[in-house]
Structure formats: structure tokens, C-alpha cells
Design a protein around this ligand. Structure first.
Ligand SMILES: Cc1ncc(COP(=O)(O)O)c(C=O)c1O
Length: 488
């Protein structure tokens, strides 16, 4: 073997692999080329280290890895040999440039996702994102401190497995929050912590909706919830929304004609129109649901963000029949990236949801849950909510003034009593699609009714303008561009 020289070929070197991987690739290449035939003995590790110009330990690590893959066999006292029975010609991680042959096309058939891809704003656009809070204001210092404590106390036990219902401290803190402020009077055993409201909705759909079940939904409404329900096999029944919220009479008529398994709604600030469900309709909906044993999925996504007066109490606070599954989230009031949501319902319902959760992702991030529980217990989240309410009210007012000044009667809207977005209608005689396109061309992005609609319903010429994540000055600039985008 004295004539052998080893080296890295340029292709292998260009992959950016570790030295060990490149030695492995070089040896496999020699075997493939036949210069190291099956059964032949390799030079000693010292010689190889010299030839490659690396430390001997690096060579030994590469040899061990090649042995594990079946390319080499070590015979104690004798040396290392190329295996008599080589692994077949399958490409291996050792093959130089193996990454470049990773398939880019699937080799099997599947149906594409049913949802339409949502257009993505370009970098630097003024995005009036309907759902986003101001992430720059998240109390990260307090959160980091609490998180660090949670990770280090109790010998790191929170990094292990835990109950799928969530950390007990957070279940308690959420039970407390919903009881004190939202009138629910639930105990911790009636709470499951989820990864955002979205997972709560998905678990509800998995646990309680069977293929073919009819689920009534508000249209316009919240498409991610519809997707979760449809994935479980629900047939969605679109119901209209007016100035009093969901049309409960329409639901009554539907339920009289055919079984309706569930209704999904946003009674506090109807998404996206921001209308609260009227007291009369609330009472009627609860008695209808009780009479039909219909599940009421109440999505109370922005309870804390009420700018005027007190927030309405959730439907769940008046539910005496055990039909409401209450879904909440910390996405609006803290940050959506934390993925902390929850559901409140009778304990048997929670146990059933936990069984689904165990299958889907087993459990949440326990340390994060403990940290957020601490922030709730010491009032940090509540103080943050108060600060954000003031900030968002000011931003809402700035946007309202700017829209009135720049668009006049071209855009009609009610000033929302809460939430992080404003729902506005373009005057009928104006070309809606052309205006939206002109706004986008000027770098202003927002959601349109078409994105929040069902295919069987014609979308109105409406837009959802989020004001929480932009400074007042940026909101004013956005309004100026929206005004310029109107036809002359
Ligand atoms: C109607 C509605 N429900 C729920 C959510 C919150 O979802 P998540 O908690 O999964 O972030 C949002 C957020 O935009 C929403 O608008």
C-alpha cells in the first residue's frame, strides 16, 4: 500500500462537511473505484492520518463510523479491512456530494392542501396585520427571568415528559383568570393548555366531530378554525352575520331541519366584523344548544383587548347545560409565537381533549408554561394588558383619524370597541379589486373579505385593518397611500 496517497476531492471539500465526513467520503470513493477491493486491508490509522494531514483521532472516528455502516470490518490485532460483503450500491451519507442527489420531487401521490395559499407581503411593506400584537412591547425581561427559573429549578424536571393537559400551575392560573375576570368559575381540572387557540380548535374537532357532521360557522369568519373542522370531516354550514353578530335564527332553522353537531363562533368581537353578539341572541343560542345537545365552540380570542367599558362576559359564563367549549389564547395579549392557548370545559371534555393531545404532540413546553403561569400569578400579564390597551386605543384613534382625513366617505367603518383591527367597507361605486391592488403596489397590505369567506358566499368589498403592530406614524402613512390608491 506504500504507493497510496489519500486526499480530499474538491467536490467533497466544497460540501462544507466535517473533516471526519470528508475522510469517510474519500475512503468510500476509493472502495467504489476498486482501489480498495472487498476484503483488502487498510493502511494503519497513523499512515492514514499522515496521508490526510489530520489528527489520528479524526481518522479513528471516521473508521468507526464506516464500520457502523458496514463498509469496514475491524479485526482486533490484525487491522481494519474493507468488508467482503459491501453495503449495496445505495448512496450513502459518505458519498461525496450525496446531498446534491436528494430528491426534489416526491415519488408518491397525494392531494394538495385544500387551503388557498395566502399572498405574502414583500419585505418592507406596511402590513396592517389583523391578528398581530406589537411584539416589540412583549415583556421579554420578565419572561426570560421566569423561564430561566423554570428551566433550572427542580433539577430540570420541567424538561421531561409531563401531563398532556399542561403544567398544573398554568392550568390553575388560567382557571383563576377566567373565573375572576370572565365569570367562568372553572377549576384547574376544567382547563387544558394548548399550543395556541388553533390547537384547542383542532383537538375539539378531532375529539368531537365525526366525518359528515354538520358544523355551523359564521361567514365571514376565521378560516383556520374552518380548516381544523373540515380536516376532521365536518360539513360546514355557513351562517350570516349582521349588526347583532351571528344570525342565531338561521341556526335555529337549520337545527330544526337537520342535526347540527356544533357551532363555532366569536361572540365577543365577531371575527372579522368586530360586532358583539347581542344579549338576546346569546340567551337564545345557549337554550338552542342545550335543547339540541349542540356543542358551542366559543372562540374568545381577544377578551383582554376591550378599549371601551368592560368586556362582555363570555357565553361560557352563562352556560348551565355544559354545552360550551371555551377557547382562549395569549397570542393577542402576549405573543403568538409562544403558542399558548387553552380550552375550558367540563372535566370529562378536558380528559377527552387530552387523549387527542397525547397523540398529536404529547404535551406543551412545560418550562414555558411554568414561566407564563408565574407572569400571570404575579400580575405581569395583566399589567402588560393594561399598557397594551392604552397603546392600541391610541393607535386605533390615529388610524381612524387618518382614514377619515385621507379617504373621507370612500371607506365606511364603525370605530371598534376593542380588538386589534378595524373592519371597513369601500364605497360600492369604487373598484374594490383595483383599489386593493393599488394599495399593495404602494406597499400597504391588509386582509380582504375574500380571504375570510366561503366559496359559496360572495365577499363584500370590505377590508380588515390591523392597527396594533404599527406605530401611529406608520398608520398615518398607510392611510395616505390608501387614499392615493383611490381612483382620481
Ligand atoms: C378568530 C381567532 N381565533 C384565534 C386566534 C388565535 O390563534 P392562536 O392562539 O392559535 O395564535 C386568532 C388569531 O389571529 C383569531 O383571529
Amino acid at each position: 500500500m506504500s504507493e497510496w496517497t489519500f486526499g480530499f476531492d474538491a467536490a467533497a471539500a466544497a460540501t462544507g462537511d466535517t473533516l471526519q465526513a470528508r475522510i469517510g467520503a474519500a475512503l468510500v470513493a476509493e472502495v467504489r473505484r476498486g482501489r480498495l477491493p472487498p476484503g483488502s486491508r487498510l493502511p494503519g490509522s497513523r499512515r492514514l492520518a499522515e496521508a490526510f494531514g489530520v489528527h489520528r483521532n479524526t481518522v479513528l472516528a471516521a473508521l468507526r463510523a464506516l464500520e457502523a455502516e458496514g463498509w469496514l470490518v475491524a479485526r482486533p490485532g490484525s487491522g481494519t479491512y474493507v468488508a467482503a460483503d459491501l453495503p449495496d450500491r445505495l448512496e450513502s451519507a459518505w458519498t461525496a456530494g450525496a446531498r446534491s442527489i436528494a430528491p426534489t420531487q416526491p415519488g408518491f401521490d397525494f392531494a394538495p392542501a385544500p387551503e388557498q395559499p395566502v399572498p405574502v407581503p414583500p419585505h418592507g411593506a406596511l402590513v396592517l396585520a389583523g391578528g398581530a400584537p406589537d411584539l416589540r412591547r412583549v415583556p421579554v425581561t420578565a419572561l426570560t427571568r421566569a423561564w430561566r427559573r423554570a428551566l433550572t429549578v427542580a433539577g430540570g424536571t420541567l424538561l421531561g415528559y409531563g401531563p398532556p393537559e399542561g403544567h398544573p400551575a398554568l392550568r390553575s392560573a388560567l382557571a383563576d383568570l377566567t373565573s375572576r375576570v370572565r365569570g367562568l368559575s372553572a377549576g384547574p381540572e376544567q382547563v387544558i393548555v394548548t399550543r395556541g387557540a388553533q390547537q384547542a380548535l383542532d383537538l375539539v374537532a378531532r375529539a368531537f366531530v365525526r366525518p359528515g357532521d354538520v358544523v355551523a360557522v359564521e361567514v365571514l369568519g376565521y378560516p383556520p378554525a374552518w380548516s381544523a373542522l373540515e380536516r376532521a370531516g365536518a360539513r360546514l354550514l355557513p351562517l350570516p352575520v349582521d349588526g347583532d353578530g351571528l344570525d342565531v335564527e338561521a341556526l335555529e332553522r337549520a337545527a330544526a331541519a337537520n342535526p347540527v353537531r356544533a357551532v363555532y363562533l366569536t361572540p365577543h368581537h365577531q371575527f372579522p366584523t368586530m360586532v358583539p353578539l347581542s344579549p338576546g341572541r346569546r340567551a337564545r343560542l345557549l337554550s338552542l344548544a342545550a335543547a339540541h345537545r349542540m356543542i358551542v365552540i366559543e372562540d374568545d380570542y381577544d377578551n383582554e383587548l376591550h378599549h371601551v367599558g368592560r368586556p362582555l362576559l363570555p357565553l361560557a359564563s352563562a352556560d348551565r347545560a355544559g354545552v360550551v367549549i371555551y377557547v382562549g389564547t395569549l397570542s393577542k395579549i402576549l405573543a403568538p409565537g409562544l403558542r399558548i392557548g387553552f380550552a375550558v370545559a367540563p372535566a370529562q371534555v378536558i380528559t377527552r381533549l387530552a387523549a387527542e393531545r397525547r397523540v398529536v404532540d404529547r404535551q406543551g413546553d412545560r418550562a414555558l408554561e411554568a414561566a407564563v403561569a408565574e407572569l400571570l400569578e404575579d400580575g405581569e400579564v395583566q399589567r402588560h394588558a393594561r399598557r397594551m390597551r392604552r397603546l392600541y386605543s391610541a393607535r386605533r384613534d390615529a388610524l381612524v383619524l387618518a382614514l377619515r382625513a385621507e379617504l373621507g366617505d370612500a371607506l365606511a367603518f364603525d370605530v371598534p370597541a376593542g380588538g386589534v383591527a378595524l373592519w371597513a367597507r369601500l364605497r360600492r361605486d369604487l373598484p374594490f379589486d383595483a383599489w386593493v391592488a393599488a394599495c399593495r403596489a404602494r406597499g400597504v397590505w391588509f386582509q380582504t373579505a375574500a380571504e375570510l369567506c366561503r366559496p359559496e358566499v360572495r365577499p363584500p368589498p370590505c377590508v380588515r385593518l390591523g392597527f396594533a403592530s404599527l406605530e401611529e406614524e406608520a398608520l398615518r402613512r398607510a392611510a395616505v397611500h390608501m387614499g392615493e390608491a383611490l381612483p382620481r
